[in-house]
Design a protein around this ligand. Structure first.
Ligand SMILES: [Zn+2]
Length: 255
């Protein structure tokens, strides 16, 4: 009887702790949602919240994959049992307007039935010897009509790309035709199995915190909900092909 009560008490404590932890994360994500809605209502008014595309922050190995406001971070919680596995970058324009680029050199793959997604295989610049993948999705309109560049048709296997290679455009396909999301890019870094094949991207533990790869804080608990996620110093902007480099002023306007 006593042991039973102890067990029940311990279980209740465990459940309460779990719920408390989730609520704490969920609240932070709620604040981010409010700020995102403010941006989406008037993207031009909040142009200074955007990160530039194909830009480098400090000595980060990756270039930014697109332009826009980073509405959600790695680890954000929207509903119990689900954590956000990447970052969401909202261009603020309609489908097919905001270009998406490869973040780092690698080989590109696209499944035979992938309408809106691409994945690129890389040698991990931060952990030599390891294979990682960058994943890009929502590159289709609300009906699932692809906005991916014709150079990468379904079934593409291992086509070499450079950092900054054009991949397609931001879209609003959710995976279910007729039920669109806001126009954005979901970008994540995916771990591989022992043979170098990518793991299931929908699970947080199969993905990596993108902060060290992009050079600024992008983890849910590193950026308060009311703060704009961006490079704390000036961006280094790159031209197509990654050659002529010039200093961007965008980062300097923010504290
Ligand atoms: Zn996302």
């Amino acid at each position: 009887m006593k042991r039973g009560m102890l067990f029940t008490g311990g279980f209740a404590l465990l459940v309460a702790t779990g719920l408390g932890l989730w609520w704490w994360r969920f609240r932070a994500s709620l604040v981010r949602t409010r700020r995102l809605l403010t941006y989406l209502r008037e993207p031009q008014t909040h142009a200074d919240w955007r990160i530039p595309a194909r830009a480098r922050c400090r000595d980060a190995p990756f270039l930014t994959p697109t332009e826009g406001y980073i509405g959600y971070l790695w680890g954000d919680a929207f509903r119990p049992g689900h954590r956000h596995t990447g970052i969401d970058i909202f261009g603020g324009g309609p489908n097919g307007q905001t270009p998406v680029y490869a973040a780092y050199p690698g080989e590109l793959y696209r499944g035979a039935d992938w309408k809106a997604s691409l994945i690129i295989r890389h040698r991990d610049p931060l952990h030599p010897g390891r294979i990682i993948w960058t994943y890009y999705t929502h590159l289709a309109d609300e009906q699932g009509r692809s906005l991916i560049d014709a150079a990468f048709p379904p079934g593409t296997e291992g086509v070499p790309v450079e950092a900054g290679t054009f991949l397609g455009y931001q879209g609003n396909f959710s995976g279910t035709p007729g039920r669109p999301v806001g126009v954005h890019l979901h970008f994540s870094i995916v771990r591989s199995d022992a043979r170098g094949h990518y793991l299931d991207e929908r699970r947080l533990e199969n993905t990596l915190d993108p902060s060290p790869y992009l050079g600024f804080p992008l983890r849910y608990d590193q950026v308060p909900g009311d703060q704009v996620p961006t490079c704390p110093t000036a961006w280094e902007l790159s031209e197509p092909g990654g050659h002529s480099l010039l200093r961007g002023l965008l980062g300097e306007r923010l504290p």
